[in-house]
Design a protein around this ligand. Structure first.
Ligand SMILES: [Zn+2]
Length: 263
């Protein structure tokens, strides 16, 4: 067994040898087992453990190269499952399993490199996004795993008077909000809070992607930028203050990066 098929088997075992979409068991037939890229390789090639999951042939065909709207949940789960021990393993005192997992965790960087080479990630991404693709991968990973960006990366410089008026505005808003909240059931408030946190994070991703797009565009020839602008006019225009969902964000930005690199 070569290393790549060994790693594929490891991912299958992590997913309990069951298709992650329909739940069908795939223990017997290795040919039925498909290791699927949750964020499709057509979009960007990332063969890291958090982006891989076990699917049966049917589900894999059905999914095709689409980015599903629940990709963030899928990626987060795959990441957690990759490095945590299964309850059954502890219960059954499967010491070989435990020891192998420990070895795997220790050397996972090496295995990841093997996986990337097997799927030719670097080659695909370089062709599509140019030599800057690593930054793009970092951004996509952040978005997929819903990790917050470090505040130090965001430039915040505001004049003190501006700060003060904003502070007043904020306080006034909060006072109004708290008045409104008195009449609202608690559960609804909690849900609202969660939605707001999610949207704040999406806005952060949006800003990061657009910053990087801008800095990538700066190195391009003016004719390339003209072409890009003409092309981007055909895209569906975004309404003011519209918050895109995570899959919409990824789809639209990656298309823009690809176009910018190849026009
Ligand atoms: Zn299936």
């Amino acid at each position: 067994m070569d290393l790549a098929s060994g790693l594929k088997k490891l991912i299958a075992s992590r997913d309990n040898f069951r298709c992650r979409r329909c739940g069908i068991e795939l223990k017997q037939d290795a040919f039925e087992r498909n290791i699927d890229h949750i964020i499709p390789r057509d979009l960007i090639a990332i063969s890291e453990l958090w982006n891989l999951e076990l699917l049966c042939i049917n589900c894999n065909e059905q999914k095709g190269s689409k980015l599903s709207s629940d990709f963030q949940e899928r990626c987060t789960r795959a990441l957690k499952k990759s490095f945590s021990l299964k309850k059954e393993e502890l219960k059954n005192q499967n010491y070989i399993g435990l020891a192998l997992k420990a070895v795997f965790v220790q050397h996972h960087n090496y295995y990841q490199t093997e996986l990337k080479e097997h799927y030719k990630d670097d080659y695909i991404n370089k062709k599509k996004y140019g030599s800057n693709y690593r930054v793009l991968i970092d951004l996509v990973r952040n978005l997929a795993l819903q990790q917050e960006f470090k505040v130090s990366n965001v430039k915040k410089k505001k004049k003190s008077t501006e700060k003060l008026s904003q502070q007043l505005k904020k306080e006034a808003n909060e006072a109004i909000k708290s008045l409104k909240n008195i009449f609202r059931p608690i559960e609804e408030k909690k849900e609202e809070k969660a939605i707001k946190a999610e949207q704040d994070l999406l806005l952060q991703y949006d800003r990061k992607f657009s910053q990087f797009l801008l800095s990538s565009a700066q190195n391009k020839h003016y004719s390339t930028i003209m072409n890009f602008m003409a092309w981007s006019e055909q895209l569906t225009p975004r309404k003011d203050n519209e918050i895109l969902s995570a899959d919409e964000l990824l789809n639209s930005y990656l298309r823009m990066f690809e176009y910018l690199n190849n026009c």
